[in-house]
Design a protein around this ligand. Sequence first.
Ligand code: GLU
Length: 522
Amino acid sequence: MTAKSKVRVRFAPSPTGPLHIGGVRTALYNYLFARQAGGELIFRIEDTDSTRFVPGAEEYIIESFKWLGIEFDEGVSFGGNHGPYRQSERREIYKQYVDRLLSQGKAYIAFDTPEELEAKRKETDNFQYDASTRTQMRNSLTLPADEVERLMAGGHQYVIRFKIEPGRDVEVDDIIRGRVSINSSVIDDKVLYKSADGLPTYHLANIVDDHLMEVTHVIRGEEWLPSAPLHVLLYEAFGWIDTMPRFAHLPLLLKPVGNGKLSKRDGDKLGFPVFPLEWHDPTTGEVSQGYREQGYLPQAVVNFLALLGWNPGGEQEVLSMDELIHLFDLSKCSKAGARFDYIKAQWFNHQYLLQLPAKEWTPEFDKILKAEGIDSTPEREAQVVEMMKQKVIEYTDKEGNRRKRNISFVTDLWPLCRFFFVAPDTYDPTDKFVRKNWKAETADEMQQLSALLHTVTDFTAEGIKAVVEPWTEQTGIRPWNAWRVALVGTGQGPDMYELSAFLGKEETLQRMTHAINTIDIN
Ligand code: GLU
């Protein structure tokens, strides 16, 4: 690279809806790359296609990155001295550059109406507007100059097309894919500008902005790879080839099962979000799930996405943002698509959830309890979290399969935790655990244990244990499972000493009495 030395990269979404999780990964890789190099990350809004503009999309994207901890150095809403960063506010700039190509004969004006183009497509299979056909069309190359003037003065709509020289091999040197060569004859004379809205198309705006914003590396999704040769030709036409950014086209995100790229439908079908935040479609009112609202931690989402298409090598998978920045290597990204493994996303969330102090679980947990009509304190809720966070839950997935997983979300806790706050009032006689552990002699044994617990003065887990252990040794009674039935109602929950201490003496004894009086085995 010549003049440009400081790494400058950009994330340049079009505000056409919520940000897809693949876009989040693209932004993340740009961020990791910029941070590692001590460079800068730009946030540019590519809104030149006004027909696809969706209100709220830009704000949504900004909020998503804020949540994820992906920080921009300049751009829309961040400031900087290469602005404006919204393409719709850069019309005059693009016009100058389009005019430059026109005056140098590298672009031309075309008047063909949509109907005329349509007729041509019908007439010729695989019609392409290029060197082989442009002579048959209505443009400034075929019409006399005064006719062109007249049409323009008369307010006829026109477009400006890039005049591509056929028969040349165009090389794209991609950091991930290596050299890709394509013949210019297969590229059509792309529209660069439309008089109808006075706006450039994506290709022109993208190249002009990357140049003016001194972008050094273009890191973007694989779907843009087909545009790269055209972009190289544009850099050449402008005389900017020496400072052309280097390209890196990231691997596609693939469906969890089957072939093809990850879509929203996969998420709906299998029950995982494909957007960072919940999205309310402003036209249809449809609500799409978001990682944030599903109870994912931003660090978990970042870690999970970072490893989709790149692998730092080694065993360690749980990596902080700083570690990711340190290890990131664009040249080690895979060419092959990365399968989107949402079970792995849950696993990452489990890992990060475990790292959180219990008191950070409680605001969320408290909401669930409140909704169940339970009033508790943050301290007691934190105790429950500590006792239960390592447990495994069973659940039915969207396809109806029974599955097990570690506690991966705060919401996973509740079904395992009801008994901490609500005493069992009935005992299910068909429950295997109850049947197996409540025998003819059990009521009597529980009576003894209850009397013993009554004498315990230090009603902590240790205090209870110190009294109960010697008693079990002396009598040979193994009270734990039946004791569990009495306090929990079934075979769930933490260590019995911890549970009793949590419930307190009064509640523990009450539950035991209730069980003794209620459970009727025969
Ligand atoms: N506006 C394009 C998008 O929506 C940007 C592509 C690029 O990064 O060049 O992804």
